[in-house]
Design a protein around this ligand. Structure first.
Ligand code: PMP
Length: 357
């Protein structure tokens, strides 16, 4: 640590993303990405023209890209904010609408970055315990005195909150901002995105990292009412006007227009999720019923951290969280049918050598 780091950051624990080892070829099921390729349109969009374009700054207003996103999702361009991944979009939300000491609520089991952001922005965070079955009970949020963020479907459980419940919350608290992170929503089918342009206190955040198979380009966007999006742009132009580069935006435009390809990929992953969950249950795994592109599961015969390590030795990356609320479980991203079959064979082999089996 240098002598220059500001005091409040000295004890900060940065978010730890799923590892990206390059020492060998892994079946990568630890970061909810996918081995499916981006839309064929993206391969066409990244051309020599994009390389020539690199000489100039990209459009800081991201007009073409926002227009394309808006058209696909049935909203207007000025109701869309685009950023360098959902992570950056969420960061702009917090930077724009929260000041130090302000209250923010989120579930105690959710995307770990919310805790990190709260610390980065000096917020007074309060974690609301999920129910015993890991579900989020909307009634626990109805009478809170601060803004709220949650992921729907939630990570790492894959459980969802009904859109009607979200609408009830948004209506009950018109002076509170409700941020719904829909990173995995394409795998669940029920979105509250249309509500984000109906109510002035709802922000919906999406990503291209999951269902669009484009984690490497790191694209995210928010949909909300015009005044909220205008505010976020004001802050963006005071921080980093060129947060989106031209190559990424060209790829994003091509991808977002290819709804059919995205839907086909999503149905394949959903099919594989159901298949994999059932196969795990047959070998005595407890599997939380997931509406995302991952499953959260455990088997009494083996410690999940041990299973994670042993799978890694077999060339399969999964995600184990040390947090005491999560440590019993292993999160396994859903890949292709072939990948899931390799994982099942490896798990069965590991279990057959496990003491408790
Ligand atoms: N929100 C949730 C709930 C996530 O799980 C993730 C991915 N880890 C993100 C946001 C980040 O998405 P992006 O890659 O677009 O930053």
């Amino acid at each position: 640590m240098s002598i220059f780091l500001v005091d409040e950051y000295k004890d900060m624990e940065p978010y730890v993303p799923g590892e990206q080892p390059k020492d060998k070829q892994y079946i990568k099921l630890n970061a909810n990405e996918t081995s499916l390729p981006p839309s064929p349109n993206v391969f066409e969009a990244i051309s020599k023209k994009q390389i020539w374009n690199m000489s100039y700054y990209a459009d800081p207003h991201c007009h073409e890209f926002r227009k394309a996103v808006a058209e696909v999702y049935g909203v207007s361009e000025n109701e869309v904010f685009v950023g360098n991944g959902a992570d950056e979009v969420l960061s702009f939300v917090l930077m724009s609408f929260f000041r130090r000491g302000m209250k923010i609520y989120f579930p105690d089991i959710t995307y770990g970055f919310y805790r990190t952001y709260a610390k980065t922005y000096g917020l007074d965070m309060e974690e609301i315990p999920v129910k015993d079955d890991f579900s989020i009970a909307i009634n626990d949020y109805m009478d809170l005195d601060g803004d709220i963020i949650f992921a729907n479907p939630n990570n790492p459980t894959g459980l969802t909150v009904a859109v009607s419940d979200i609408e009830a919350l948004v209506r009950k608290k018109p002076d509170r901002m409700i941020i719904v992170d829909e990173a995995y929503v394409d795998y669940s089918g029920e979105t509250c995105l249309p509500l984000a342009v109906k109510y002035p206190n709802l922000v919906v955040v999406r990503t291209f990292s999951k269902s669009r198979n484009m984690a490497g380009t790191h694209i995210g966007f928010a949909v909300s009412c015009k005044s909220i999006i205008d505010d976020m742009n004001k802050i963006k132009f005071s921080f980093n006007p060129f947060n989106m580069n031209s190559v990424t935006m060209a790829a994003g435009i091509a991808a977002v227009k290819d709804t059919i390809y995205m839907e086909n990929c999503v149905s394949e992953i959903i099919k594989n999720r159901e298949y994999f969950s059932n196969e795990l249950k047959k070998i005595n795994f407890h599997v939380i019923p997931s509406k995302a592109n991952f499953v959260f599961c455990y088997n009494d015969a083996i410690d999940s951290s041990d299973l994670c390590d042993r799978l890694k030795k077999e060339g399969i990356l999964t995600r184990h969280f040390a947090d005491k609320l999560l440590t019993k479980y292993l999160r396994i991203t859903i890949g292709t049918r072939q990948e899931m079959d390799v994982v099942l064979v490896a798990i069965k082999e590991i279990l057959s050598n496990a003491d408790g089996y």
